[in-house]
Design a protein around this ligand. Structure first.
Ligand code: BES
Ligand code: MN
Ligand code: ZN
Length: 502
């Protein structure tokens, strides 16, 4: 884990392996961003000119390494692009700083200590740099015996210009650290191969973390699920050798006035089941528990920050496998709610496990329920792989989630729940089918879930199928593999709920 310190030292006096500075475009010229004045001075005021000679443009995502001149206590200067410089005195913006810090930390893989001299003009700016650096330093090497040493993440991040004695800065940095570390926890779970992460082992990891953070953890195993009548979760888990689980992980605060329930899809591997996915569609399906990982991470983060709100996480864990004991297309499941569902496609399994968890979560009458799921390929087609879809039974709540996401640097978009699509899930045999029309498939899935939300409860559904797992080249603070998508949004929503703003 990368250590974070707020330092009062000047950029020229702190001993480190690298000094990170920002460069930006101002009109046609390259300028050194505020915070790096002492570094520029060590270059005799020629840092921008030197960088220009090396081909730097100041664009976002750009990183240029150069040897430090005498007078600095670090051997290397790393200049990261911040895009267009803002008006005098204005912030570069949290997400620009987060991404630039992430690019820097990623570029410095293998280094021990880096000092970040980026433009920080507020506690929010400091938090963004901290978050970006800790997220960018992430690497998943648990299974790499050969490359492990070469990929050692940056061990220490020192933030310069972040006023360690100022309460607001300290609190912001601590929050950023909790959120980033919990996002990295979610990433670890998502990246863990499915032969080692399965419902039982996932539940054990949650139980262990629960102990560490004083959370109440309850696990329903197959026997308990059977006794309770959780036909959706059991139906999906039936084909696998490793049985399903429903995990409840709860953070409570003595002064809490509200309870937020978070429900996560936790398919530890989605083969499609008997409706088997074709080759080319299953290589990344260990990521199908990203919703559960995000929910778990958000609950732990809420407890670490000490938010005055109760947050209850429900993790619906199952492995979707084909076998002689698997649910067949045509089978009818009796759900926990009592509704019967004809399974027309065993690859539409997420909604089945979520349905039971939503019914169960509703029994406790929370003030709101948010479910998070890598639910449909249709959402990826609609919004691409960096944006999650938001559906809700309350337009204001949906808008609030979209705005909260934007605030914390997550891309999302509001999606409708058109009532006319509901009839495509009518079944001649059961109360409804688990599939409807293909067009608008992400919305059809949302409509299915809505049927299992308790009467009168505010509910939203985040379909993170696109952004949960990143297959392209790393950028900013986003690595290849599990991203931790939606964790920041969930934490922000818990915060807004605690503050009575939601
Ligand atoms: N886990 C998948 C959705 C998915 C697709 C997640 C791509 C991440 C990336 C889900 O269980 C699924 O298979 N959905 C089907 C539903 C269909 C059969 C109604 C889909 O989207 O094709
Ligand atoms: Mn599926
Ligand atoms: Zn799935």
């Amino acid at each position: 884990m990368t250590a974070l310190t707020l330092s009062t030292a000047g950029a020229a006096t702190l001993r480190a392996d690298a000094l990170v500075v920002g460069v930006a475009k101002s009109g046609k010229t390259l300028v050194v961003a505020p915070g790096a004045e002492a570094v520029d001075k060590a270059f005799d005021g020629r840092l921008a000119a030197v960088l220009e000679t090396l081909g730097a443009s100041g664009s976002e995502g750009e990183a240029t390494k150069l040897p430090a001149p005498a007078g600095l206590k670090a051997p290397v200067v790393l200049a990261v692009g911040l895009g267009t410089a803002p008006e005098d005195g204005e912030s570069f913006g949290a997400e620009v700083l987060r991404r630039a810090a992430g690019t820097a930390a990623r570029t410095l893989t293998g280094s021990k200590k880096a000092a970040f001299a980026l433009p920080i003009s507020s506690a929010d700016d400091a938090a963004a740099v901290a978050e970006g650096a800790l997220l960018g330093a992430y690497a998943y090497t648990a299974y790499q015996e050969i490359a492990k040493d070469a990929k050692k993440p940056l061990a220490e991040v020192a933030l310069l210009g972040a006023k360690p004695r100022d309460k607001a800065y300290k609190a912001a940095a601590e929050r950023a650290q909790a959120v980033a570390e919990e996002m990295n926890r979610a990433r670890d779970l998502i990246n863990m191969p499915p032969n080692d992460l399965y419902p039982e082992s996932f539940a054990a990891i949650v139980a262990a973390a629960g102990k560490e953070h004083g959370l109440k953890v309850q696990v329903l195993d197959e026997k308990a699920l059977d006794k309770g009548g959780y036909g959706g979760i059991l139906g999906v888990g039936k084909g696998a050798v490793r049985g399903p689980r429903l995990v409840r992980v709860a953070y409570t605060h003595p002064k809490a006035e509200k309870t937020l329930a978070l429900v996560g899809k936790g398919i530890t591997y989605d083969s499609g089941g008997i409706s088997l996915k074709p080759a080319g569609h299953n290589e990344t399906m260990k990521c199908d528990m990203s919703g559960a990982a995000a929910v778990f991470a958000a609950v732990v983060a809420a407890s670490r920050i000490g938010l005055a709100v109760n947050v209850t996480g429900w993790l619906a864990l199952a492995e979707n496998m084909p076998s002689g004991s698997a649910t067949r297309p045509g089978d009818v499941l009796r759900m926990y709610s009592g509704k019967t569902v004809e399974v027309l496609n065993t690859d539409a399994e997420g909604r089945l496990v979520l349905a039971d968890a939503l019914t169960k979560a509703s029994e406790e009458h929370p003030d709101a329920i948010i479910d998070v799921a890598t639910l449909t390929g249709a959402m990826v087609l609609a919004l691409g792989d960096r944006t999650f879809g938001i559906m809700a039974n309350d337009d204001d709540y949906r808008t609030a989630i979209h705005e909260a996401a934007e605030e914390v640097g997550e891309q999302s978009w509001p999606m409708p729940l058109p009532a006319d699509l509901r009839k495509s899930m009518d079944s001649p045999t059961a109360d409804m089918a688990n599939m409807g029309v293909r067009m608008g498939g992400g919305l059809v899935a949302g409509l299915f879930l809505q049927e299992f939300v308790g009467e009168g409860i505010t509910w939203a559904h985040l379909d993170i199928a696109g952004p949960a797992f990143h297959e392209g080249a790393p950028y900013g603070y986003t690595p290849k593999g599990g991203t931790g998508s939606s964790v920041r949004t969930l934490v922000r929503l818990a915060e807004l709920t605690a503050d009575g703003e939601l």
